[in-house]
Design a protein around this ligand. Structure first.
Ligand SMILES: O=c1ccn([C@H]2C[C@H](O)[C@@H](COP(=O)(O)O)O2)c(=O)[nH]1
Ligand SMILES: [Zn+2]
Length: 175
């Protein structure tokens, strides 16, 4: 049995797990919002608007309206709209990638006080620079975080403990 996951490692790994739900073929992003008691109040990944499969995941089409950019709902936006709390004041947001300027605005306006990110691979983009400027100006704390164990394994069958035991079929009864 592996060591228990530390709290922050758990939140960042949960971002990676949420990101795995994305259909974006290039960049999958996950986000988790946590309140002051370390309770998760929202989870999201980047995805196209609900109820349509008409939007393309392209990014280099000469027609900008055929690219994903104008349509894709960002992971942070989805974590926010999926919230199960009355408000997000004083919450922290964990993200697998540094938030863009549009997500930064949402984060600030909702009263989220800290952004914890894994990747800063878009650091040279103006929208990232604008996010950082907004966070700085508004006092939102920002910190990069890598889980102590960057790789974890997820095996649902661990719950059965004894790995030598044959997994029970759904139709098998106790007797
Ligand atoms: O704050 C952000 C910024 C971007 N995303 C999503 C939106 C897209 O699906 C990808 C970025 O695609 P690239 O091909 O790497 O440009 O990331 C997000 O969820 N949150
Ligand atoms: Zn964004």
């Amino acid at each position: 049995m592996s060591e228990p996951l530390e709290t922050e490692d758990f939140f960042m790994h949960l971002c990676s797990l949420a990101a795995k739900r994305s259909n974006d073929p290039v960049t999958r992003v996950g986000s988790v919002i946590v309140n002051e008691d370390n309770i998760i109040v929202g989870v999201g990944h980047n995805e196209m608007p609900k109820n349509s499969n008409k939007f393309s995941w392209e990014k280099d089409n000469p027609n900008p309206l055929e690219n994903k950019g104008p349509y894709v709902c960002h992971a942070e936006l989805n974590a926010i709209v999926n919230k199960n709390a009355a408000n997000l004041k004083n919450c922290r947001i964990y993200v697998s990638m540094f938030p863009c300027n549009e997500c930064a605005k949402l984060i600030i306006q909702l009263g989220i006080t800290e952004v914890i990110y894994y990747s800063d691979k878009r650091a040279n983009k103006d929208y990232t620079k604008a996010s950082k400027r907004m966070f700085r100006e508004t006092g939102v704390k920002v910190r990069q975080f890598s889980p102590k164990n960057e790789k974890i394994s997820i095996d649902c069958d661990e719950i059965n403990g004894d790995k030598s035991r044959k997994r029970r079929r759904p139709d098998e009864s106790d007797s």
